[in-house]
Design a protein around this ligand. Structure first.
Ligand code: AVI
Length: 327
């Protein structure tokens, strides 16, 4: 079963569309053009991202699977046999989490699972699939944004929480936003609550570059999909053939950066904005940051935002890590 928070019902299609239009206006009017990467994830973008996670070159998902498969016992120990709740921020299809849930269920039935996701359709699918795969698990999903959902839990339950923030989603925030986000989570939690934080590690630049420039061009399509969204939702006139994808590692920022680059000089009209934007030949639109961390980078981020790090687990190649943080 799942609950749809009221605060979400007020976010009508119109409001979301206006926000999208405004963000496109701001991004394309800036001296260095950009678009926020949250617009990757419409239905097509989410499907493309799932395909990315299965690519040979894209190691993070496989590595985190390996980690989650082996941490169940230790996590159960940290919970000391008392009832607890697993709260997952951005549960999606729950594919990775099911691995952890299965491990834990072998050891204890003293917990319930509270997936949180902004997408009601994703939640309905997850709820159905959990009934099949884990019939004995108590699940109470919440459809809502992260903070409204955690605050809702604050008022409804006094069990200890284990919050999951998997997949290195934190890496897509810039540093100031990541800190604000983590500190807001910390504020919503109680003393002793835990956070399991997935993050991608700094590594050989060739491995990184391949992961974000796959040979099947799925990452390219994932990026170009943002322009397709502008065409369909905001009445834009992009010819996506006239843009190319460029993914590169920036060692100064410790991040993979994704761009769309205009292949020629062009003017593109966007109906919803009643405006035409100029793109010079070779001009780039910045789309995404995907930070890579040292264990010490994350330790610092944890401590700055109020947490202490209890433990870090890594996969056998040391490409990815999950850290257990305590409030
Ligand atoms: C969702 N996020 C953690 C992915 C990443 O690796 O930063 C998004 C992605 N972008 C390109 N490939 C995957």
């Amino acid at each position: 079963s799942y609950l749809v928070l009221d605060s979400l019902r007020h976010q009508t299609q119109d409001v979301l569309k206006e926000q999208f239009a405004f963000d496109v206006l701001m991004g394309f009017s800036a001296p260095s053009k950009f678009l926020p990467s949250k617009y990757f994830y419409d239905a097509t973008g989410s499907r493309l991202f799932e395909q990315i996670t299965e690519l040979e070159e894209y190691y993070p998902t496989r590595c985190e699977f390996e980690i989650l498969n082996k941490v169940g016992g230790e996590i159960a120990e940290f919970m000391q046999g008392k009832p607890f709740e697993i709260v997952e921020l951005g549960a999606g299809d729950g594919r990775k989490t099911k691995v952890l849930l299965s491990q834990l269920l072998k050891l204890t039935d003293q917990f319930s699972y509270i997936p949180i996701d902004i997408s009601e359709s994703a939640m309905a699918d997850l709820d159905d699939s959990l009934k099949q795969s884990h019939p004995s698990l108590t699940t109470h999903g919440i459809v809502g944004d992260y903070f409204a959902s955690i605050r809702h839990l604050e008022n409804t339950s006094d069990r200890r929480k284990l919050v999951l923030l998997l997949g290195s989603n934190i890496g897509n925030f810039d540093f100031p936003s990541a800190k604000r986000f983590l500190h807001s989570i910390w504020k919503c939690l109680n003393h002793n609550d835990l956070l399991l934080m997935g993050f991608d590690l700094k590594k050989d630049i060739e491995v990184l570059t391949r992961a974000y420039n796959d040979k099947h061009g799925i990452t390219r399509d994932f990026n170009l999909n943002v322009l397709t969204r502008i065409n369909t939702e905001l009445d834009g006139e992009f010819d996506i053939q006239r843009f190319t994808h460029h993914g590169m590692y920036n060692p100064r920022h410790g991040a993979m950066e994704s761009y769309l680059v205009s292949l020629e000089h062009q003017e593109v009209h966007i109906g919803a904005l009643e405006k035409t934007f100029e793109f010079n030949a070779h001009e780039a639109i910045h789309l995404e940051l995907s930070h890579k961390y040292l264990l010490s980078d994350m330790q610092h981020l944890a401590e700055q935002t109020g947490f202490s790090v209890l433990k870090n687990w890594q996969d056998s190649q040391c490409y990815f890590a999950d850290g257990l943080w305590q409030v």
